[in-house]
Ligand binder design. Structure first.
Ligand code: ADP
Ligand code: ZN
Ligand code: ZN
Length: 856
């Protein structure tokens, strides 16, 4: 699916016939041009004196300018409509091999599978602004320049003089072209002589970043300090005398004016700094390989024997030591000169994993994620291309890291939803892309989790027995679910299932106690905390232990349930909970199914028990903090959610504070489920599991199960045993029962059967079409028309909707959606969605989400 061919008609490249006679059999190059408005591929002639290969960065004429471009491939014949006389020449190869060889195949596969343009994929994969800001420059090569250099070509002589008169001997090519007539032929001579070189300027010059640092001043006997100022001094002292201002403010929860006035009193000094002196001392102590448990050893050994593409499921309970297995699988590869890619859900939430790898592998570790500055990403990119063996730890987009010679790809917490991109296009899943990469390379792919996704389980595990302490190697000949399928490989490669069924040091899994909140209400307890949770929290301090309180992420608890009997309002047609809608704040509330569009008004009473406590469910972290303060004022609590962790580095700051015992309880959302490995945490409280159970989504159960088991797994990792208190209004819910018993496999089997019956992924293919626009009427009409068009290709039960999205209007845009459900897993060709797109009015935008994770 070459999205670009249609664009050739819009070429504005007519120019005189090229003077070169083209002798190679692939005289043309298809390139991506970096210019606003340029779309798709453009074809250029490759002059015989140039060698151009896929992955080279080029300079090409485009309209009236010289712009950056990337060579995609060489071709033998011109596209039909193109007159050879109008095709212009590639000007220069600015830098070679910007991508490893199989890279374009990978990007093309992503574009095809996720129904998006190659350019869109390129934008996601490449460091931002790579071409946009890059400029071709020419610099003098002084060491090669003879004392009295003379040129044949007058233009060359002029260029040379220009460059020589400048101290650095370095100009942009654009500038030189303006100054010297016939600069191009002149440059050719200088390049041939080796007297100058042409290079691509990095997007942003790399400047060390300066930030405000606060240092303790050596002023004895300060007077008149306010309690807050005193606290600031105390914190600074505890932390070695120096902290970033930002960090200090977060820890002390004071405004910068407090610190500024403290500076005036002589208590501290505020300065711009690149690094903290306290950071210069080696903070991370070098670490050695641990002696492995027998289960870990079996896993490491099995991985070491793998050759070529293999998919490995490393299924280890929380606290079983998966990171150590990764580390010992990685070490020999780095020694063999290979590189390794480790993908993690969120860098901010996994500082411990990154730290452990840094401690083990030192400077071989590179971190790559979207929070880096453009310049940092560009640098890391170049560093990766250098081919030195390295370990790249990154988030979802790092799956595109251009590491040549990959020896292994690891996805840690492979079930995590952040591996999927919702927007912008391509809506790719890093696990799927990682699998393609591993296949193309070829190298093994390890998917690690305590709660593997149904996709991974169905694809890898069916022939293995759960709980085996030893590796089971099986060749999986079962049909791959299409959502993870490559559309090509019919012959299944080797699949390896590795199990770590027990915790390190044989520590027990914390028992899960389920608390029926309906009974609490009936017995007169109106607090959001049950009596046993209150007691457990109260006891933390005296035992010098810590607890986590988990709350379901805000703003997603959109279902309506009865606080008295637990009844949940469901769609009569879809067996999915209805979604609470309000057109605007204070407006009338309605309930809708956003799968099929069914709607009804919000009843005043519970249909089951007539109680008036039929409510839109939800209690955010803020509310829980307030309740804690009211009911347990002596408890020291820290809030850990997207509001309190917005600033760069805030995750780490809060976690460090908590790890150092500055609070008894960490109150947080989904973030609590990841990467917290603290021995003193003995209590995990789930304030209300219900927020997770009744999401209007076919994946709700899977996600609830994973989240609850992950958060439970944070307790009892040290020598003191842990316990989990799980509050709910639906104690009989299968997810709650499965979590209580740590019953991964039976739960997954039931859930998979359910999915198979309804042809949901991993057994059927889902495609979500999201439409949005400023005019609600137009969006609705477009959605209906699109659904009609689709009906001519698909049967009725393959199209769900159109229906308004759960949040019907976001940022003034009205949203509708259509869900396409491929009944047969073999059906791999969706309708031509690109063609559909061409029928949309310009005011309505369409996002195509293949195998969506979020239907809200
Ligand atoms: P998981 O990721 O499987 O939940 P971790 O990798 O975080 O588990 O390991 C849990 C804890 O056990 C960590 O503190 C780790 O340092 C420790 N650990 C792992 N393997 C060993 C080992 N072989 N010997 C001693 N401690 C270990
Ligand atoms: Zn009721
Ligand atoms: Zn419905």
């Amino acid at each position: 699916m070459l999205d670009a061919t249609a664009d050739f008609s819009s070429l504005t490249l007519a120019e005189g016939r090229s003077p070169y006679s083209v002798s190679t059999s692939f005289p043309w190059a298809e390139v991506l041009v970096d210019c606003p408005g340029a779309q798709g591929f453009y074809t250029y002639r490759v002059p015989p004196e140039l060698t151009v290969q896929a992955g080279d960065v080029l300079s090409v004429p485009f309209g009236g300018q010289q712009v950056g471009a990337i060579a995609i491939r060489r071709v033998a014949v011109l596209p039909n409509a193109l007159d050879p006389d109008t095709v212009r020449d590639v000007e220069e190869v600015v830098c070679r091999h910007f991508f490893p060889p199989s890279y374009w195949d990978l990007l093309q596969r992503v574009a095809t599978y996720y129904c998006t343009s190659l350019m869109q994929v390129v934008r996601t994969a490449l460091p931002p602004g790579l071409l946009g800001r890059s400029q071709r420059r020419i610099r003098l090569n002084r060491s090669a320049l003879p004392a009295a250099a003379r040129c044949m070509n007058p233009a060359a002589q002029q260029l040379l003089s220009l460059l020589q008169t400048q101290k650095a001997g370095d100009y942009t090519w654009q500038y030189l072209q303006r100054q010297v007539k016939g600069a191009k032929s002149g440059l050719q001579e200088l390049l041939n002589q080796g007297w100058v070189e042409s290079y691509l300027e990095t997007p942003t010059p790399i400047r060390p970043k300066q930030r405000q640092a606060v240092t303790l001043a050596v002023t004895p006997g300060l007077l008149d300090l306010s309690p807050r100022q005193q606290e600031v001094l105390d914190v600074l002292k505890r932390r070695g005398g120096e902290l970033w201002l930002q960090e200090l403010l977060q820890i002390c929860r004071v405004s910068s004016s407090v610190v500024k006035s403290l500076e005036q009193k002589g208590g501290v000094v505020i300065q711009l700094r690149e690094v903290l002196r306290t950071e210069n001392s080696p903070r991370i102590v070098a670490d050695q390989a641990k002696s492995l448990t027998s289960e870990q050893a079996a896993a490491v050994q099995a991985i070491a024997t793998l050759q070529g593409f293999n998919r490995v499921l490393l299924h280890g309970v929380t606290g079983s030591g998966k990171t150590e297995v990764y580390a010992q699988a990685i070490a020999p590869l780095l020694e063999q000169g290979k590189s390794v890619l480790v993908l993690v859900p969120e860098i901010g939430l996994t500082p411990q994993l990154t730290d452990r790898f840094r401690a083990r592998f030192g400077s071989a570790v590179q971190v790559y994620h979207s929070a880096l500055s453009d310049g940092e990403r560009y640098d890391t990119w170049r560093q990766m291309l250098s081919g030195t063996p390295q370990l790249v730890v990154g988030t979802r987009s790092a799956v595109f890291a251009p590491l040549p010679n990959l020896g292994l790809i690891i996805l840690d917490e492979e079930h995590d939803g952040t591996f999927k991109q919702d927007q912008p296009a391509p809506c790719y899943h890093a696990r799927t892309v990682a699998q393609w990469r591993a296949e193309l390379e070829p190298c093994p792919l390890i998917l690690g989790s305590a709660t593997p996704s149904l996709e991974t389980w169905a694809a890898i595990a069916p022939h293995a027995v759960i709980g085996t302490p030893h590796a089971v190697i099986g060749t999986n000949t079962a049909d791959l679910p299409t959502s993870e399928a490559t559309n090509q490989t019919l012959l299944q490669p080797n699949c390896l299932y590795l199990s770590l069924p027990t915790r390190v040091h044989a520590r027990p899994m914390p028992p899960v106690e389920v608390i029926d909140m309906r009974q609490e209400l009936q017995q007169g307890n109106r607090s959001i905390f049950s009596r046993s949770l209150q007691d457990a929290l109260r006891n933390l301090q005296s035992r010098q232990q810590q607890g986590l309180l988990f709350i379901h992420r805000r703003g997603h608890s959109t279902f309506v349930s009865c606080r008295n009997c637990g009844y949940v309002m469901n769609c009569p047609h879809c067996d999915i909970s209805l979604t609470y809608h309000q057109t605007h704040e204070g407006g009338t509330a309605s309930l809708r199914c956003h799968y099929c569009g069914y709607g009804q008004s919000h009843p005043n009473q519970c249909p089951a028990c007539s109680s008036p406590y039929l409510k839109n469910f939800g209690s955010g972290t803020q509310r829980v903090m307030q309740e804690l303060e009211r009911e347990l004022p002596e408890l020291r609590c820290l809030r850990f959610d997207s509001d309190t962790t917005r600033a760069k580095g805030a995750h780490r700051t809060l976690l460090t504070q908590f790890a150092q015992g500055e609070a008894d309880v960490l109150v947080g959302t989904q973030m609590l489920t990841k990467g917290i490995d603290l021995p003193q945490v003995t209590l995990v409280g789930v304030v209300a599991a219900d927020g997770l159970l009744h999401l209007a989504d076919y994946r709700a159960s899977e996600r609830a199960f994973q989240t609850l088991l992950q958060v439970a797994g944070r307790a009892g990792r040290g020598s003191e045993p842990g316990r989990v208190l799980m509050q709910t209004y639906s104690p009989e819910h299968p997810v709650i029962e499965a979590v209580q018993r740590y019953d991964y496999e039976p739960f997954v089997q039931t859930e998979l059967q359910h999915r198979a019956e309804l042809a949901y992924p991993p057994y059927g293919r889902l495609i979500l079409l999201r439409l949005s626009g400023l005019d609600g009427q137009v969006v609705q009409r477009t959605a209906l028309a699109l659904a009609d068009r689709l009906r001519s290709h698909l049967s009725d039960d393959e199209i769900l909707g159109p229906a308004p999205a759960a949040i019907a209007r976001v940022a003034n845009r009205y949203r509708w959606q259509i869900l396409l459900k491929g009944q047969s897993p073999q059906r791999s060709t969706p309708p031509d969605l690109a063609e559909m797109r061409s029928h949309l009015p310009a005011s309505v935008s369409l996002t195509i989400d293949v195998v969506p994770l979020n239907l809200l």
